[in-house]
Ligand binder design. Structure first.
Ligand SMILES: Cc1cc2nc3c(=O)[nH]c(=O)nc-3n(C[C@H](O)[C@H](O)[C@H](O)COP(=O)(O)O)c2cc1C
Length: 167
């Protein structure tokens, strides 16, 4: 990940491979709480459809990686991010994507779990105050390979393509 591009070469990503059984179990519990709250925000039919989706593999995945952005990073001396401070977190996402592509090239599946409360995850992992959670990744060999995204297969959304426009 260190070779990934970052704003002002700040390399703000802080990566924790979570192996503690206790931490992993508490993070999986937090997913279940957040997921139940998200489900409750939908009307009854949509709630049933939502609850039928598999939205995390936290209890199955062998590898858990919590990726934080150090908002207090001094490297780079704020070069490039005075007008767009969000580029710090974007840099972390670039590094996550670099890891993602490398994993996929080895046929390792990657899932990003965003249905988590970032403050709870930070408290479970005891991270410094300046670190904010950018993403929580699960890695492992997938049980199956599918061409059709789950959300299309289940009818949660229709298959519309995103636009590339020439202006
Ligand atoms: C920012 C971001 C957040 C995501 N959050 C979730 C999530 O909370 N739960 C989920 O099931 N998928 C989530 N995804 C999608 C999965 O990571 C993705 O579907 C999974 O990695 C399988 O990859 P595939 O769709 O290429 O097979 C997220 C993706 C991104 C980029």
């Amino acid at each position: 990940m260190d070779f990934s591009p970052s704003v002002g070469n700040s390399r703000p990503w802080r990566v924790l491979q979570v192996e503690s059984h206790d931490a992993r179990a508490r993070i999986a519990d937090n997913f279940e709480d957040c997921n139940a709250r998200a489900a409750a925000s939908y009307d009854s039919d949509a709630r049933r459809d939502y609850l039928a989706l598999k939205l995390a593999g936290l209890r199955e995945a062998p590898i858990h990686i919590a990726v934080f952005t150090d908002e207090g990073v001094e490297e780079g001396r704020e070069l490039g991010r005075k007008t767009m401070p969000e580029t710090l977190a974007y840099s972390t996402v670039m590094a996550m994507h670099t890891l993602w592509l490398a994993a996929r090239a080895e046929n390792i599946g990657v899932g990003w779990v965003s249905i988590l409360d970032p403050a709870t995850v930070a408290a479970i992992l005891g991270t410094p105050r300046t670190w904010s959670l950018t993403g929580y990744l699960c890695l492992g060999y997938a049980e199956e390979d599918a061409e059709t995204p789950l959300l299309h297969k289940t009818g949660w959304q229709s298959d519309t393509s995103t636009d590339w426009q020439i202006v």
